[in-house]
Design a protein around this ligand. Structure first.
Ligand SMILES: [Zn+2]
Length: 405
């Protein structure tokens, strides 16, 4: 087994789910279980300026490097709360035959559903036992970054830039860079190592807004409701019916955005609906927000006497325009991955990363692959060979920064 695989498995076994309902930083103290180990390992490895903040951000820098821009490498320690991350038992499917993998609880990983899985036929696929997620998102990224640092420490004569490292908590609950100290990090450009298949480097994310609805009706005994009841449950139903189904996540892909009603709660007197809006373009997002306002006005006229409150908030923005100002960040990553002998394309993340916000905080950040797929689910997997390609690609990318400075 390669040391990157051993390292990944060791991290995957540590439970680090973040908690969307907590207001502390990090959102769950268990994230320190991994952060404390990483702090010690970075020190033992010979990294400099190792610092773990009270809010759970771990910083370090790789000693040496040519003068010029400082390149940051970022991964997150938390796993998604969408599937259990408790007691993960990584399974190795050695010499995988290319057929669907069956795990406990009827969990089935079908290569037909995964863009890149058959690349690893004959290799070693790593999964959970089916009762939890695997946590390749993003413990693969952590393992890749540490092995990259280790490689450059073992090969001190290879030109490379100055490298800063950060491991963040709470990426999965959208708060990964809430307490991020850009000055301490000290990078001019950065890569999150938080992507999926090895064939993609991402240079943009969605623009993201939330649209939260509070609907107030009027409760009356149904026996005497004629002419006076205003049913908030009906209004909530009408709201969703007025949204365009062709614009919903299940009907959109590629660079298309979506409007997603993801939560409904209510009774006659009041109801709550949560919607998220996603679009790659600024104009597209303006249009989505305008549609929400049009629905609000329509509901108000359909249900006189009701109160309909719509609150829209920006969650993160597409950093694509910022990244396009200096193309080296994306070009070197594409070239570095291509040097592994694979076809690589520039892609768009249908979601956000720590990098979307970091780019607006002054550190343009693109996203590099980890090789993992089916994140946030019990079917999550990564192949040992994928980890090795992602590792080699990241090393190549840093070499390019070193050679061209
Ligand atoms: Zn992630």
């Amino acid at each position: 087994m390669y040391s990157i695989t051993e390292r990944f498995i060791r991290y995957a076994r540590i439970s680090t789910a973040s908690d969307p309902d907590s207001s502390t930083s990090p959102s769950s103290s268990r994230q320190f279980d991994l952060l404390n180990i990483l702090e010690k390992e970075l020190q033992e490895l010979g990294m400099e300026n190792v610092h773990l903040s009270e809010t759970g951000v771990l910083y370090a820098s790789l000693p040496g490097g040519v003068s010029g821009e400082v390149i940051g490498l970022i991964a997150h320690v938390d796993t998604s709360p969408e599937a259990s991350g408790e007691g993960v038992k990584p399974q190795l499917h050695v010499n995988w035959d290319g057929l669907p993998i069956l795990l406990e609880d009827q969990v089935r990983i079908d290569p037909a559903e995964c863009a890149d899985m058959l690349r690893y036929k004959g290799g070693t696929v790593i999964t959970s036992d089916g009762t939890t997620l695997l946590g390749s998102d993003d413990k693969s990224g952590i393992a890749i970054i540490i092995e990259t640092c280790k490689w450059f420490l073992d090969n001190p004569d290879i030109p490379r830039p100055k490298v800063a490292v950060a491991f963040t908590p709470d990426e999965e609950v959208g708060r990964g860079v809430d307490n991020f100290d850009v000055d301490r990090f000290g990078a001019d450009f950065a890569y999150t190592v938080d992507g999926g298949e090895v064939t993609e480097v991402s240079s943009e994310t969605f623009n993201a807004w939330s649209a939260n609805w509070k609907i107030t009706g009027r409760e009356v005994h149904p026996g005497s409701a004629s002419g006076s009841m205003i049913n908030a449950v009906r209004i909530a139903g009408e709201l969703i019916a007025l949204m365009r189904s062709e614009e919903m996540p299940e009907n959109s892909k590629g660079r298309e955005g979506y409007d997603y009603p993801l939560f409904v709660k209510g009774a006659t007197g009041s109801a709550e609906v949560k919607v998220i809006l996603r679009d790659f373009t600024t104009e597209g997002m303006v249009e989505r927000r305008r549609r929400m306002e049009a629905i609000r006005d329509c509901l108000a006229s359909l249900f006189p006497g009701s109160q309909i409150q719509l609150t829209m908030k920006e969650q993160y923005s597409n950093p694509g325009e910022i990244l396009s100002r200096d193309r080296r960040l994306v070009e070197y990553a594409l070239e570095g991955m291509r040097q592994c002998g694979i076809e690589v394309k520039e892609g768009s993340i249908r979601g956000g990363t720590d990098g979307s916000r970091l780019s607006f905080m002054g550190v343009p950040t693109a996203n590099m692959p980890t090789g993992g797929e089916l994140f946030h689910s019990r079917r999550e997997w990564v192949a040992e060979e994928g980890l090795l390609i992602a590792l080699e690609g990241l090393i190549n990318t840093l070499k390019l920064w070193g050679e061209k400075q």
